[in-house]
Design a protein around this ligand. Structure first.
Ligand SMILES: *Cc1c(COP(=O)(O)O)cnc(C)c1O
Length: 333
């Protein structure tokens, strides 16, 4: 095992794998289950904690004392990075895209409670933000600090390895729990694609026939597929697995983005309500609600009565509070 890939444990344990019988009945499928990565144990949870177990493991190994990362002011990744860094006693600098913070709600509100140091960069996009983060790291070094830079979404080989690990956690759960079916499809939200890449890399190294389906909330299908292909094969190379995936192995939909990334969609909002009313569980308007809407639509398009499906929840629920007015709009009830 690469020394670089050292886990600093942050999760409380395995996240639950639970059935959603009322949703399954409503959708007319054999079963729907959920992998609860909204319950990763700290600061309202989410998928980024799994990436941060390895990213901060790496930062600690390198004796870093400052974490620099970034994203939009509503970023789940930023909120969880600050929380986790506080938890282990490291400082964090957040580099936000754009020129204004907007309403202090949801994740941005939590960042403030967590005491994050925040910079508004005036830039947009992952690459531009990474450049600013590298400049900040240079400034920090001049101040005698030892910074560790985490790109937007934490999607490096080190971060994505958290989802390789998650895949193996899931496989072990399937073996333990006798009532879990063999899933035909596993739906997961795609932002930068690192989460899906980690899962695909995990699946490539175990015999398993489920089809992993990504629902993009940001990029078009072509770009998301290319990114996931590269992230998956880079990770497999990093961990010395003599296997690779091809473009045919990567299934991504991009028709559930709505107007654009960061803006709630009507279908996503309906999916949020459906899950809340049927199962008492929450998904969010920016990521998981749109992915759930994608799953619901895909299942309705083909004969799915025999299907067993898993929705891999990736968190994001603080964003519900940033979008109260959109969620309460008439016509979406
Ligand atoms: C970041 C995020 C994702 C996307 O993860 P990627 O690894 O960037 O694809 C999905 N859901 C939620 C709630 C997130 O915060």
């Amino acid at each position: 095992m690469m020394a670089k890939l050292t886990r600093h444990p942050l999760l409380w344990g395995e996240t639950p794998l639970m059935p959603l019988p009322r949703l399954a009945k409503k959708l007319g499928v054999a079963s729907v289950w959920m992998k609860r990565d909204d319950l990763t144990g700290i600061a309202f949870g989410g998928n980024k904690v799994r990436k941060l177990e390895y990213l901060l493991g790496h930062a600690l190994q390198e004796d870093c004392d400052l974490i620099i990362t970034g994203g939009s002011p509503g970023s789940n990744h930023c909120r969880l990075t600050v929380a986790v860094a506080n938890h282990i006693g490291l400082d964090t600098w957040l580099c936000f895209s754009g020129n204004k913070l907007g309403e202090v709600q949801g994740n941005l509100f939590l960042d403030q409670l967590l005491g994050a140091k925040v910079f508004l960069t005036g830039c947009y996009g992952s690459e531009a933000l990474l450049t600013v983060m590298e400049e900040k790291a240079e400034e920090a070094r001049k101040l005698g600090r030892k910074p560790y830079v985490i790109p937007v979404g934490g999607s490096t080989n080190v971060g994505d390895y958290g989802y390789f690990h998650a895949w193996h956690e899931y496989i072990a759960q399937l073996d333990q729990l006798e009532t879990v079916p063999n899933f035909d499809e596993i739906y997961v939200t795609v932002g930068t694609g690192g989460t899906m890449a980690g899962l695909l890399a995990g699946q490539a190294s175990t015999p398993n026939s489920s089809r992993i389906v990504g629902v993009s909330v940001w990029q078009d299908q072509k770009q998301a597929t290319q990114d996931i292909l590269h992230l998956t094969n880079d990770l497999l190379r990093e961990i010395d697995k003599p296997i690779s995936v091809t473009i045919e192995d990567i299934h991504v939909f991009d028709q559930y983005i709505g107007q654009k990334y960061g803006v709630p969609s009507a279908e996503g909002n309906r999916a949020i309500r459906m899950l809340a009313e049927l199962e008492g569980l929450f998904v969010d308007p920016i990521y998981t609600g749109k992915a759930l809407a994608g799953m619901i639509d895909q299942l309705s398009q083909t004969n799915s009565a025999h299907k067993h499906v898993l929705f891999w929840h990736t968190g994001g629920t603080p964003a519900l509070f940033t979008h109260v007015s959109s969620l309460l709009e008439k016509g979406e009830r």
